[in-house]
Write a protein that binds this ligand. Sequence first.
Ligand SMILES: Cc1ncc(C[n+]2csc(CCOP(=O)(O)OP(=O)(O)O)c2C)c(N)n1
Ligand SMILES: [Mg+2]
Length: 290
Amino acid sequence: MQKPTSKPTTHNALSATELKTLRLKANEIRRWVIEMVFSAKSGHIGGALSIADVLSVLYFKELNVDPKNPNWDGRDRLALSKGHASAAYYAALALRGFFPKEELLTFRKINSKLQGHAYKGVPGVDVSTGSLGQGICVSLGMALAAKMDGKKHRVYAIIGDGECDEGSVWEAALNAPFRKLDNLTVILDRNEFQNDGSMYNILDTGSMEDKFSSFGWNVISIDGHDMQQIVDAIEEAREAKSKPSVIVAHTIKGKGVSFMENNGSFHGKPPTEDEFEKAIAELDEARSKI
Ligand SMILES: Cc1ncc(C[n+]2csc(CCOP(=O)(O)OP(=O)(O)O)c2C)c(N)n1
Ligand SMILES: [Mg+2]
């Protein structure tokens, strides 16, 4: 994992109880990801596990949403632009109360709402995604619409580093600062892997911090598994004026299950029964230490 190039300032330190809650929720999200993909016998694990901590902070601290009224007009919007990481997204939404947790085991099954890529028919999902490079563009449109309508909600997009091979990401990156969309926060899951393995063997994109900075973004670089840094970054982005923010979250693909970490083969492969049992045992062990 690359080191973040800086560290956001802490204004609101998490209490021990808050930190514990966020860690427990992230652990629960990871456990569901494993259960869901194992039960479906298909799905993307690595990139779901890498964003579990970010999703925990978003859904259990930062996002202004109402699970009882998912389409409430004043809600913050989110596009999971790396839509293949849907298992973690659905798990976070269910844990937050948008729909019953039991439904999670219908993931990727016939007639389920919980299809393999994020689907707007699921309560709490604002944008259908899956074709990489599009969710960030939709989030730009939603941020622009909010500005034009004088609305106060914020718009978030979670994008992948492999996804940044898509030209449309850079069209959005070019446009958002010009429009001064300071209501937009993009979280870039910098796990250094994509579909076919390490980014360094496929397309080494260099420093994402430098690239977004040169396009005029407010850039915040963090360890994407450090709850306090995630909170600090989201709060710093909320304060930024006249510029969109990108949080470059340095993460580990497969984070939380030792044999899946930095293991490209778990991008889109379900675990075997043996791997499933080992993964659950590791996560339960980790939970007992939180
Ligand atoms: C337009 C498009 N091209 C190709 C794919 C197939 N695909 C699915 S995931 C993926 C790799 C994405 O890498 P990254 O954004 O880094 O995701 P993560 O590492 O977080 O899983 C690709 C190429 C797709 N979903 N959409
Ligand atoms: Mg990646």
